[in-house]
Design a protein around this ligand. Structure first.
Ligand SMILES: [Zn+2]
Length: 169
């Protein structure tokens, strides 16, 4: 895919971006962005379209915590195209189904931060989509405070469980 074209040099402080023409769409990628790097998030991905990717959070607030991103590297919500928004909505709807049918928790919330002062730590727009199996206060407490990184085996197990569910749909 287009990740193969990415410039790997991380010595330069310059962000090197590539404009790539793929399937009629222009994709912009940042060379030092972990969300643009398939090697970073590839094993976490549970579903993707031409314009959006959904992957399991490495430090989940609870079992149902995934991230949805546009494939194009943009930082802010205002930078999304209408087509990307539609793709992202489709991914979130898939998650809503997974949460309800696979996890038995139809309630969830979405967090999307814009800018450092809003708490955005990775400058690639992302939506946290998180189940709320208990009260919103309990879930928010887990979401905001420090969370442990999942062990590799557990991450693989959770990702495989979701992918198997999607395969059987
Ligand atoms: Zn990026």
């Amino acid at each position: 895919m287009f990740n193969n074209f990415k410039t790997k040099s991380k010595k330069s402080s310059l962000i090197v971006c590539l404009l790539l023409l793929l399937n009629g769409s222009i994709f912009l990628q940042a060379s030092n962005c972990c969300f643009c790097d398939f090697q970073e998030i590839g094993r976490q991905i549970i579903h993707e379209t031409d314009q959006a990717t959904t992957f399991y959070c490495l430090q989940p607030a609870n079992k149902g915590h995934l991230l949805v991103i546009p494939k194009r590297h943009v930082e802010h919500f205002k930078d999304l195209t209408p087509g990307e928004l539609v793709s992202i909505q489709g991914e979130i709807n898939i998650l809503a189904d997974i949460f309800e049918k696979l996890y038995g928790t139809p309630d969830f919330f979405i967090i999307q931060k814009n800018g450092k002062k809003a708490g955005q730590t990775i400058p690639h727009l992302h939506f946290h989509v998180i189940t709320s199996p208990d009260s919103i206060h309990t879930t928010m407490h887990h979401a905001i405070n420090y969370r442990d990184t999942l062990a590799d085996a557990e991450l693989t197990e959770r990702v495989d469980e979701i992918k198997e569910y999607l395969r059987q749909k």
